[in-house]
Design a binder for this molecule. Structure first.
Ligand code: ADP
Ligand code: MG
Length: 287
């Protein structure tokens, strides 16, 4: 009877858009006590837009040209903004991404840095008088990036990403099912807190470097909890593997989907509580 009810359960889940890679994952879903959600692309739509830019036209040209080589959603937002503003892109001579920090790019003899405070600190860029403005953006849930050209501060670009329509409701349901809900992100603490508040999440782990996401999941496991990790990005893959259950967002990267035990189609977060309810109903039938 056991394998049959598991098959019925995973079949029912699949009809709703919850794809379990195997029946054992449905059984393990039943034991979950905590659920960790990546921010960008998981809780948010992952389609950020530029809301503010404080630099001049030449800075915008350098900024956008520099970001053209990056695959980060933040970069896509900046490039789209520049296209809307009829910017001519310059050729890039050297490009390097610094994970969790930003980018370091050379364009026609100039060195352009775009990224967070950590990046600017590492390169000893003076940021007099920018902190108040940064905090203001961050308190509104925006991701603010600093721009430096040839070692000098040249402006801020702020980007906003809206939370998915059903995020709040899904998180309420997860809590109702007794789950501890945690947000995990590389973004800064204040932006993360603002988004978490909107989504109804109380616990935030922010400023986590891509390679540290799996470690954070392990820490929660060491506190004695069975944990699910939900993510969409390449940088979520190790955490998806580490978690007791890895759940990929169907609209996310192939790498995340391959690393996960479960995929939810269309990125619909209401499928998370649904998966848990199906696991409960299935396991109850077995016992
Ligand atoms: P997330 O978990 O939101 O995907 P990441 O670890 O990729 O975060 O990035 C963390 C931070 O590093 C970003 O919030 C941003 O400040 C900075 N950053 C990353 N990539 C870029 C980029 N291409 N341009 C500017 N800043 C970047
Ligand atoms: Mg993401």
């Amino acid at each position: 009877a056991t394998p049959t009810s598991i098959m019925v359960g995973t079949g029912k889940a699949a009809e709703s858009g919850i794809l379990f890679k195997g029946g054992e994952h449905l059984e393990r879903t039943h034991q979950l006590e905590a659920i960790v959600l990546d921010k960008t692309g998981t809780i948010t739509k992952g389609k950020p837009e530029v809301t503010d830019f404080t630099g001049d036209n030449q800075t915008l040209q350098l900024l956008a040209s520099a970001e053209k080589g990056s695959e980060h959603p933040l970069a896509e937002a900046i490039v789209a903004y520049a296209i809307d503003n009829n910017v001519d892109f310059l050729d890039v001579d050297e490009f390097s991404a610094i994970p969790g920090h930003g980018i370091d790019v050379k364009i026609s003899g100039k060195r352009i840095l775009v990224g967070n405070r950590k990046l600017m600190n590492d390169f000893q860029i003076e940021l007099d008088g920018t902190e108040e403005q940064l905090v203001n953006y961050e308190q509104n849930g925006k991701t603010a990036m600093l721009i430096a050209v040839n070692g000098k501060y040249h402006g801020i670009v702020a980007v906003a990403d809206t939370i998915k329509e059903t995020a709040r409701e899904a998180i309420q349901e997860l809590k109702g099912l007794g789950m501890e809900v945690i947000m995990l992100t590389g973004d800064n603490e204040r932006t993360a807190q603002a988004i978490a508040k909107e989504a109804g999440i109380d616990r935030v782990i922010a400023q986590v470097l891509p390679e540290e996401k799996a470690e954070k999941v392990k820490e929660i496991q060491l506190q004695g909890k069975k944990v699910a990790m939900v993510g969409d990005g390449v940088n979520d893959a190790p955490a998806l593997v580490t978690a007791d259950i890895g759940i990929a967002i169907g609209t996310g990267t192939e790498v995340a989907i391959e690393a996960a035990d479960v995929t939810i189609l269309g990125g619909e977060l209401l499928l998370l509580p649904k998966a848990i309810r199906i696991s409960h109903a299935t396991i109850r039938n077995i016992r």
